[in-house]
Structures are given as C-alpha cells and as structure tokens.
Design a protein around this ligand. Structure first.
Ligand SMILES: CSCCC(=O)C(=O)COP(=O)(O)O
Ligand SMILES: [Mg+2]
Length: 227
C-alpha cells in the first residue's frame, strides 16, 4: 500500500526542455549581473563562499566564481551552490511573467488524485527547494504548492546516492516500502530502490528506455497494484 510519493521534477512531472531550454538559459543570461549586484546579500554571499569551497580556492575572484557557475550551468552540474543561486535568479523570471512552470497535464491530474486519496506528496529534485516552490507557485495550473507535504533538494545529498533516500526516509513517518519514488533516471531509481522504496520510471517524450524498473509513459497509465 503506497502511503507517500516522492517525485523528481525534470523529466517526470515537468518537460526536460522547459528546464534545459527555458530555465537554464535564463539563469545563464542573468547570473553575472545577479551575482555582481547581490554579492553582499547574506544568502548570496553564503553561496559564493560555497562555490569557492567547491573550487578548493578560498581566494577565487568574483570573476572566477562567475566563470565556474556558468561552466556548471553549461555542463548541467548539480552543484548545490549553483542550484541555490539559480532559484534566486528564476524568481524574477516567474514574477515578471517571462515563463510559467511547466507541468504535464497528466502529472497535474495524478498529483491531485493522489492528494485526494490521502497519499502524502513530496518532491526531491536537484533544483533547490526555493526553485521547486517557485515552479509550483507559478505553474501552468496556477499555485499548486498546497498539494505537497514537503520538499527535498541536494542538501540531503546527490540523487544517485542511496544515502540521500535514507536521509529523506528518516524524515518521513512511513516504512520504505510504503513510499514510491518517481523519476526518469535509472540511477536515481536504483538508489531509491536500494533503500527499500518502491520505484516507477517515467518515459517521457521518447527518452531512452530500459526495463529495470516498472515504467509508464504517462500517469494516465498509472496502476498502483503493478508496482
Ligand atoms: C526545480 S525546477 C529546476 C530543476 C533543476 O534545476 C534541475 O537540475 C533538474 O533536476 P531534477 O532533479 O528535477 O531532474
Ligand atoms: Mg529527472
């Protein structure tokens, strides 16, 4: 019996191209100005400090910090200070109406149905908790933050590490087998499965497929008894 669902965002409930072709380019375009303008802000300076730690260079100049961040966006590195800064930058894009948070309609229907059925909903994404909440506050379906019971990001660890899912489970009032993890990425599903969580892979938009986890191409085909 599934009592809680932990869902990935990109490639699972949100189209990959929204993240790669809208959010990442927006962050790349605005990052330098944002970091230079706000580098004294406490939350921003904390992340700049964390970038210097990642670089093993406490003396890295602000130019070097910006270059590293832009390189990480280009390479889609899930480095925590980059993901935190992206959340700050995307805020103005959402608030100024430059874009809304993409959600597949079947994902929206599914989340609403599960919520109505009493299943607790959580999010685990490489995007920061702030970025997750922005996407859901400004989604294609309006503000849907009320659907979710909690949010996790890379501060609990990388998504391909079983320990990250142990950390999440330790914060939930459910046994591992009562929790279903949703993702498009097999390595993430493997890590969740190693903790005893149930898994379901989403095959979206012709993404590469493998049959190592139960899989569906739309939540319209979700059947809990097949898990
Ligand atoms: C919160 S939307 C931005 C998603 C993001 O930044 C990202 O890197 C995608 O990660 P996910 O773990 O959702 O695949
Ligand atoms: Mg994903």
């Amino acid at each position: 019996m599934i009592k809680a669902i932990v869902t990935d965002i990109e490639g699972t409930i949100t189209r990959i191209s929204f993240v790669k072709d809208v959010l990442f380019p927006y962050a790349a375009k605005h990052l330098e100005h944002f970091v230079r303008t706000h580098q004294q802000r406490e939350d921003v300076s904390t992340q700049i400090h964390a970038v210097r730690e990642e670089l093993n260079n406490p003396d890295a100049s602000i130019d070097e910090v910006i270059a590293a961040l832009l390189g990480w966006i280009q390479a889609d590195k899930k480095v925590t200070p980059l993901k935190q800064l992206q959340g700050y930058i995307w805020q103005s894009g959402y608030e100024e109406g430059d874009f809304t948070g993409h959600l597949y309609p079947d994902a929206h229907d599914f989340l609403c149905t599960q919520k109505t059925n009493g299943v607790a909903l959580y999010v685990y994404s490489s995007g920061s908790v702030k970025a997750q909440q922005l996407l859901f506050a400004h989604s294609d379906f309006g503000d849907i933050r009320h659907l979710f019971n909690g949010y996790f990001d890379t501060r609990v660890g990388a998504k391909q590490e079983p320990q990250s899912y142990q950390t999440i489970l330790a914060q939930l009032p459910y046994a591992p087998e009562q929790v279903l993890f949703l993702s498009d990425v097999v390595a993430e599903l493997d890590a969740a499965q190693a903790t005893g969580m149930k898994t379901l892979q989403l095959w979206r938009d012709g993404q590469p497929q493998s049959a190592t986890h139960p899989a569906i191409d739309s939540f319209n085909h979700f059947e809990a008894h097949n898990l």
